[in-house]
Every structure is written in C-alpha cells, then in structure tokens.
Design a protein around this ligand. Sequence first.
Ligand code: GDP
Ligand code: MG
Length: 163
Amino acid sequence: SLPQVVIVGRPNVGKSSLFNWLAGRRLAIVDNVAGVTRDRMTYLMQWRDRYFEIVDTGGIGINDVDDLTDEIDQQINIAIDSADLILFVVDTRDGILPLDQEVARRLRHVNKPIVLVANKTDESHMDHEADQFYQLGRGMLVPVSTLQNRNKDDLLNVIADRL
Ligand code: GDP
Ligand code: MG
C-alpha cells in the first residue's frame, strides 16, 4: 500500500486547512481519491515521482470526542499504527500552547520521521518566530501558510525526500 503521511496537532492549528491545501482543493470532496473512514480523511497525492496518501486525523465530527486529550490520543494512535511520516502541525500566531507540548510528549517515543509544520506563518518576517517550535521535537521544521499559500513546494519536497 502507499506511504501514509499523517497530520496531527491540537485543534485549530490548521490541520484540515493543510490537508485541503496540499490536496489542492478548497474542500475535501469524497470521491474515488478522497475518502472518509470512521476516524480519518485521506487523499491520494502525487509529488515528483512519489505517490502517497495524506491523512487528516483531526476530529471530523463522527466520533464525539469531547475530551481534547482523548482526541490527541486518537490521533497519535493512528500515527503509530499507520504513519510512514508524521506532520506535526503547530500555529506560529499562537506559539507553543500546553496542548502542543502534550502532542510533543506523546510523539517523543514514536520512532517515525516527523516534520514540524509551522502553519499560519503568514508573512516572511514571521519565519524566525517559527523557530521556537524546534524545542517541541526533532527533525525538520517548515514554516507555511495555507492562507497565504507560502512554502507548499518546500513542504512537499521535504515530505517526498523522507518517504
Ligand atoms: P484544525 O482544527 O487543526 O483542523 O484547523 P482548521 O483547518 O479547521 O483551521 C482553524 C482555523 O485556522 C480556521 O479559522 C482557518 O481559517 C485558520 N487558518 C488555517 N490556516 C491558516 C493560515 O495559514 N493562516 C491563518 N492566519 N489562519 C489559518
Ligand atoms: Mg480539522
């Protein structure tokens, strides 16, 4: 089966926005290449010569997860079970919040490649603010903005290089 690129992060950092942005569509549409399973949304991607599936684990409203740490646990479990690469999404406008540290803590012992995606880095002068997220973990950090369409090719190159 295809490599799985699993998107994790606390609510509101822009996981679904990232999914739709990478998929190149405004809304993830359910068709032959996009699918909703019970707990995740997937989309088949091609970049350069690589094919992979991106997976948005963030509550799609089918499971009624009211406890935020339960939702994070569920995301991490999907990542542990099925990810070949994990996109750990954070929010440069908010900076590091306790729930980000919780996600980082749960990922610490997950032995899979992780890319930190600093979303909402809407302007280039904010790039240095994204550097704070290095303290959340190991691996690459890519500042992006789904809103301003910043650094999509950079992120896709980083993903493709690590699959
Ligand atoms: P999720 O809960 O992690 O799936 O987050 P969503 O994708 O639902 O996005 C949460 C909010 O962040 C929405 O209001 C988005 O419009 C906003 N958002 C997403 N990406 C960006 C971005 O690059 N810049 C800014 N300023 N806002 C964004
Ligand atoms: Mg979402």
